[in-house]
Design a protein around this ligand. Structure first.
Ligand code: 26W
Length: 833
């Protein structure tokens, strides 16, 4: 019965009927009045119907098999646009393109109408999205839980070279992908106090008398696996005022105040915090974290209790992953639910909790480690504070037993940081409450073990694992670089590589094949031309598509060292100014990325890039050989265009600071060569690609630490390197900013007198390495071979591999295949809701 209905059929004919139907009945339009937006919506609903059908089958199978589920808790999911992704994964792309063409519509144009869901800051949120794609593709029973922010990451505009933030009202025109589930609303408490009492069985119990309650409404977005029938769910919570809202109006008689209170609780899911890597300690952020974790845990327990009557099997049926510490309050919340709401005793509850949670760390930067003041915590979550104190009390006793008399260790490991204003260390809570802690690249995991959580590693070495990050080949090759994907499929004889990325290895057989090389080059060229057009339309800068495209796109942060690239650009510029006839490799430097609104240095770096661009792009001596472009409002969609167009990928963080990086993988998988330090996953990318196909420079993490310990003096580098001095002096003299004198002084001062991120120490090594890259680019054939080798050897960095490792080593879950045409599900009358 499902085979070719208008809502599930897969042929061009059915798609066309379904599309017209949706245009008519959902958008309420006909061909006379429909806009491109209506067409987009009608097509999106057409695709959604096909997903919903598979979603229902998937949920049935998980329930009937009582499958162990993965619950991925993340404050961010940076999923990107969904229409093309869904069309590709569900196997409808060609048909949809044909169907639209038959109506005289251009699919690409419709896709452009989709608002971008920017529900994340950067790497951490995008990783969560890649993981969802891989989980569904590997047929793993899983749900992603997060927050349905009404405003995602701000829109970045550039005005006078400075970043300006504009609210991102992404839901303005509605969201065709989500389905609200008000029937699964859950209640979340905040504030108030606790009371101890003895229950009828004579047990010591605690009740939490909250001050306010908020409701969470789940919104489900389907997540389709690649050409299988699995459709998992991303369940995002939206805050709604409590139902007692109307009652309060009667009691208080103050209608407007009651409405204002409603707004206050609904603020919880209003906006994504745009600070990446810096904790602000804001109450609303803690509210957000507890809100989505409390909603998710209630939901997880509800699902579990459909099939079980005790909690004994809970850890065998639920694996909860904490994406960084943002959801780590979940450890205390699960304890509270099990003890206070379900009457388990402490030891049983703690055993279940520890066997259920696992924690991924994504950063070593100390300013990014979450700590919440005990005051704030006690005010907002009084019961959780008690539970954390109890966890800590027992934990410290354990340490005392293992390391008698070692008070320094107790202080270092405690969940509570003493000192002026006590703070809860969320990384310690996550670590103690989890059975496994993982880093996101080999180097990063080593540094967690040796530095960040060294004491914990000594005590529980078996807890620690590495899981090197990955990216989904569906979005980051198939979708974003269709020409390269087609060439690979033709060469390998099938598209099996899309789900078995190691097979890219076979491309190595083509390395000496001139026809293959030529096609490879032509594809890169066409991707570069597309980006050049975009740059022309958006920046009114004419760039040479035959120049070397040198690209750095990522959040703007001092540790990522965008300003090291600027120092290099100024170096080249100085060389040209000194000798305009110099033979120099033409290059286009392309930057993109957002700065946290309160991060002054990062914002100044954006201004610096734009000021240097202004000068270099218009200087007749440069004669167009160097162009500098800042792409405003970097996003997933912009990445999809930029990665395939890059020749050179800039991965230049100070060694030991970038946990992994995933942009580095996206570039390499699209045939860019990397210039980078031995940081994060760069180390492994270089290992895979072969050191001869990677431009390495800079200090190692060990060298960074020793140099710091010895006493690093950046000023010595400035004095002893004439070119470096010249470059910095050009900043001091306001050469690039004659009308705004002094604006770059903060950068200069930071470099000369602190240089936390050791740009001056790495400067010469970087400039030399760049010269090698430029020389290598001139040998087109050799460069092309290196590019092919990079792609052929990136198989390891599929998030399918990463997720499979999590499944095996951390979650202990198995795939479950979904068949569409199985006997009917129970009728609505007999199924339990
Ligand atoms: C509390 C403020 C805050 C907000 C976000 C602190 C830290 C974060 C994230 C953990 C930052 C982040 O996105 N980290 C990145 O995670 C990626 C995925 O593992 C890695 O590839 C990046 O190297 C890492 O910077």
């Amino acid at each position: 019965m499902y085979c070719d209905s208008d809502r599930t059929g897969m042929t061009v004919g059915t798609l066309k009927r379904a599309f017209l139907d949706n245009l008519h009945y959902i958008q309420g339009k006909d061909a006379y009045f429909a806009t491109a937006y209506d067409y987009y919506m009608a097509l999106a609903y057409t695709v959604r119907d096909r997903l919903v059908h598979r979603r229902i089958k998937t949920a049935q199978a998980y329930y009937e098999k009582d499958a162990k589920m993965v619950y991925y808790l993340s404050a961010e999911f940076l999923i990107g646009r969904l229409l093309l992704n869904n069309l590709i994964n569900v196997g409808l792309y060609e048909q949809a393109k044909q169907a639209m063409a038959d109506f005289g519509l251009d699919l690409t144009e419709l896709m452009d109408r989709e608002a971008e869901p920017g529900l994340g800051n950067g790497g951490l949120g995008r990783l969560a999205a890649c993981f969802l794609d891989s989980l569904a593709t590997l047929e793993i029973p899983a749900i992603g839980y997060g927050i349905r922010y009404e405003f995602g990451i701000f829109e970045q505009q550039i005005s006078g070279g400075w970043q300006q933030e504009v609210p991102d009202n992404w839901l303005r025109f509605g969201n065709p992908w989500e389905i609200a589930r008000p029937d699964y609303n859950v209640e979340v408490k905040f504030g108030g106090h606790t009371e101890a009492f003895t229950d009828a069985q004579g047990r010591y119990r605690v009740r939490w008398i909250a001050e306010t309650t908020v409701f969470g409404t789940p919104y489900d977005t389907p997540v389709a696996g690649y050409k299988n029938n699995t459709v998992n769910t991303l369940r995002l919570w939206s805050a709604r005022a409590g139902e007692d809202f109307n009652l309060q109006v009667f009691n208080a008689g103050d209608y407007t105040q009651a409405v204002a209170n409603k707004t206050f609780s609904e603020n919880i899911s209003k906006v994504l915090y745009p600070a990446d890597q810096t904790l602000q300690g804001k109450e609303l952020r803690l509210r957000q974290q507890y809100f989505f974790v409390a909603c998710s845990l209630q939901d997880i327990i509800r699902l579990y209790l459909r099939n079980h009557s005790t909690f004994e099997a809970f850890p065998d049926k639920a694996a909860i992953q904490l994406n960084d510490t943002h959801p780590s309050i979940g450890v205390a919340e699960l304890m509270r639910l099990l003890i206070d709401e379900h009457q388990l005793n402490w030891d049983v509850a703690w055993d279940i909790t520890q066997r259920t949670f696992a924690y991924t760390n994504h950063t070593l930067l100390s300013e990014a480690l979450e700590r919440w003041s005990v005051d704030l915590f006690g005010r907002l979550l009084p019961r959780h504070l008690e539970i954390i104190y109890e966890i800590n009390y027992r934990f410290l006793n354990e340490i005392r037993l293992r390391y008698p008399g070692n008070t320094a260790r107790l202080a270092r490991m405690s969940l509570v940081e003493e000192g002026n204003g006590k703070q809860i260390r969320m990384a310690h809570l996550a670590c103690v409450g989890s059975h496994t802690v993982n880093g996101v690249a080999e180097l990063h995991t080593d540094l967690i073990k040796q530095e960040l959580l060294r004491d914990f590693y000594e005590m529980y070495p078996e807890k620690f694992q590495n899981k090197t990050n990955g990216i989904t080949p569906r979005r980051w090759l198939l979708l974003s670089n269709p020409q390269l994907a087609t060439l690979i499929t033709e060469t390998l004889g099938s598209e099996h590589w899309v789900t078995h990325l190691d097979e890219l290895q076979q491309l190595e057989t083509q390395i000496e094949n001139p026809t293959f090389q030529a096609r490879w080059q032509a594809i890169k060229q066409s991707n570069k031309e597309r980006l050049a057009e975009y740059i022309w339309r958006n920046n009114q800068i004419e760039v040479d598509p035959y120049s070397l495209f040198d690209v750095q796109i990522k959040r703007i942060h001092e540790y990522k060292r965008q300003h090291l690239c600027v120092l290099h650009i100024i170096t080249l510029y100085e060389q040209i100014k000194a000798n305009p006839a110099i033979d120099i490799q033409p290059r286009t430097f392309i930057f993109g990325g957002k700065a946290a609104p309160g991060y002054f240095m990062a914002k100044t770096i954006i201004k610096l890039i734009n000021s240097v661009a202004e000068m270099v792009n218009h200087d007749p001596d440069v004669a167009g050989r160097i162009k500098v472009v800042f792409l405003n409002n970097y996003s997933v969609s912009l990445g999809e265009m930029a990665y395939p167009a890059a020749d050179l990928s800039e991965q230049v963080s100070t060694a030991g600071k970038e946990a992994s990086g995933t942009g580095n993988m996206k570039f390499a998988l699209n045939g860019a060569l990397t210039i980078g330090t031995l940081d994060g996953a760069n180390v492994e990318i270089r290992q895979e690609a072969g050191p001869e196909n990677f431009f390495l420079f800079g200090l190692t993490a060990q060298e960074v630490m020793s140099l710091k310990a010895e006493g690093y003096n950046p000023y010595d580098y400035y004095l002893s390197n004439p070119m470096l001095k010249k470059v910095i002096d050009s900043l001091i003299s306001d050469y690039f900013n004659p009308r705004e004198p002094g604006i770059f002084q903060p950068i200069v001062n930071s470099l000369l007198y602190h240089d936390e991120y050791m740009l001056l120490a790495d400067y010469q090594s970087y400039v030399d390495c760049q010269a090698k890259a430029a020389a290598a680019f001139r040998d087109k054939t050799h460069w092309t071979k290196m590019s092919i080798l990079n792609v052929a050897r990136m198989g390891k960095f599929s998030s399918d591999r990463t997720i499979w490792e999590y499944c095996q080593d951390i979650w202990r879950v198995e795939p479950l295949s979904i068949t569409l045409d199985v006997p009917q599900a129970p009728s609505p009358l007999t199924a339990r809701v």
